[in-house]
Ligand binder design. Structure first.
Ligand code: FES
Length: 397
């Protein structure tokens, strides 16, 4: 047993007062969760602390909060680990009588707060999940029995299916902070779950809709926060990038947000210059300097350009001239990638072991002669022969 200090952000809308911090001391084993600490404080010290929870096992997704400023599941964060993070780098076991750092717990960001640590999931999260039509839309008459789907085609969507809808990714989404209407990482990861499912018959319609929406797939700015925040390894930003790749490369959807053109302008810019020439990227994304659409678009970008010049992110010299030309290595990489017959998608969520052909043949021979796998090399061979099945990488492991 040890003593931990929880510094909880309190807010009671009925009181008419603004939010404030309150500290609670709790006695628990360090391997118990922050949620256990909050529940102990509620049981023993203040029954009015508001926290939403259910399974206490990182399954239901209801206890999402910010711990030490980072989104996390309260039931999936050990008290001793949270205390170590609260203290910062170089934390060792405390000396006798040493003041312990407080673990801060506050409601998730980007959500309206209802009370203390409870946020309004309807307003921000569930409405957006509904927005992406989160159910299968198969085409044609249904089969007589169930839909049969090859297992390998479902591997691609396993990662997005692991989402428990806790909202941690939404809490730290920088795009949503700037544009609250952004559909957001959780809902777009859910969208990929159906775009990647071969039983769905409306892939093009779904992608067209998400690409044309000014708050859709091209509103993500690749900040990676959602990948870091997700407690289940769903990597929502990777799912958004997959949606973009399928939309642009497989369906050739040219959206009105210039997402498609920007992507292609970026690739051509690197092919030409080796490193990015930003001054060219803007007009190229609108169809080139002399394209009729480029003039109004460039005018609308003038405030951004002015700011970039003021902050010396760009100088007139750099903007107008660009001394770099792509070296041979860059050209070679382009040729190699574009020369491939098919695009490789790496789904790093699902891991498997290469099938050992030799062990498999040995095993089959042993089974055929009724001697069992041990006769041709023991457990090692048996394990290798059966190891081709993909296994899920559990983020909780
Ligand atoms: Fe269910 Fe934490 S209580 S995920």
């Amino acid at each position: 047993m040890a003593e931990f200090t929880l510094k909880i952000r309190r807010y009671q809308p009925e009181s008419g007062e603004s939010a404030y911090w309150e500290e609670f001391k709790v006695d628990l084993d360090g391997k118990r969760s922050v949620l256990d600490g909050i529940l102990q404080a509620r049981d023993r010290q203040d029954g009015s602390i508001g926290i939403r929870c259910s399974c206490r096992a990182a399954i239901c997704g209801s206890c999402g909060v910010r711990i030490n400023g980072k989104p996390a599941l309260a039931c999936h964060t050990h008290l001793d680990e949270a205390e170590r993070v609260a203290h910062g780098v170089g934390w060792n076991a405390p000396d006798e009588g040493q003041e312990l750092p407080a673990i801060t717990v506050e409601p998730m960001g980007n959500f309206p707060v209802l009370k203390d640590l409870i946020v309004d999931m309807d307003a921000v999260h569930w409405k957006k999940v509904q927005r992406v039509t989160p159910w299968l839309l198969p085409e044609g008459p249904p089969p007589e029995r169930e839909y049969i789907v090859p297992p390998e085609s479902m591997i691609d969507v396993t990662q997005s299916m692991a989402c428990i809808q806790c909202g941690a990714c939404v809490s730290d989404c920088l795009s949503m902070e700037v544009d609250p209407l952004f559909i957001g990482p959780a809902a777009l990861a859910k969208a990929y779950r159906f775009v990647g499912d071969p039983r769905d018959g409306q892939h093009r319609e779904r992608l067209q809709d998400l690409a044309e929406d000014p708050h859709g797939i091209y509103d993500c700015t690749h900040c990676f926060n959602c990948i870091e925040a997700c407690p289940k390894g769903v990597a929502p930003m990777s799912q958004i990038m997959r949606l973009r790749r399928v939309s642009s490369a497989d369906y050739g959807i040219k959206d009105r947000n210039n997402g498609y053109r920007h992507e292609h302008a970026f690739v051509e810019n690197i092919r030409r210059n080796g490193i990015l020439h930003e001054a060219d990227l803007l007009p190229d994304s609108y169809g080139g300097k002399f394209h009729p659409r480029a003039v109004p678009e460039l005018f609308s970008s003038l405030p951004i350009v002015t700011k970039a010049l003021q902050r010396r992110k760009m100088t007139p010299g750099k903007a107008l001239g660009h001394p770099h030309k792509a070296p041979k290595e860059v050209k070679r990489i382009f040729e190699q990638v574009e020369g491939r017959g098919e695009r490789y998608e790496l789904n790093l969520y699902v891991v498997g072991v290469e099938e050992d052909e030799e062990a498999l043949a040995d095993n089959e021979a042993a089974l055929a002669s009724d001697e069992g796998p041990d006769a041709v090399g023991g457990e090692e061979h048996a394990a290798a022969a059966g190891s081709h099945l993909p296994e899920e990488r559990s983020p909780n492991a």
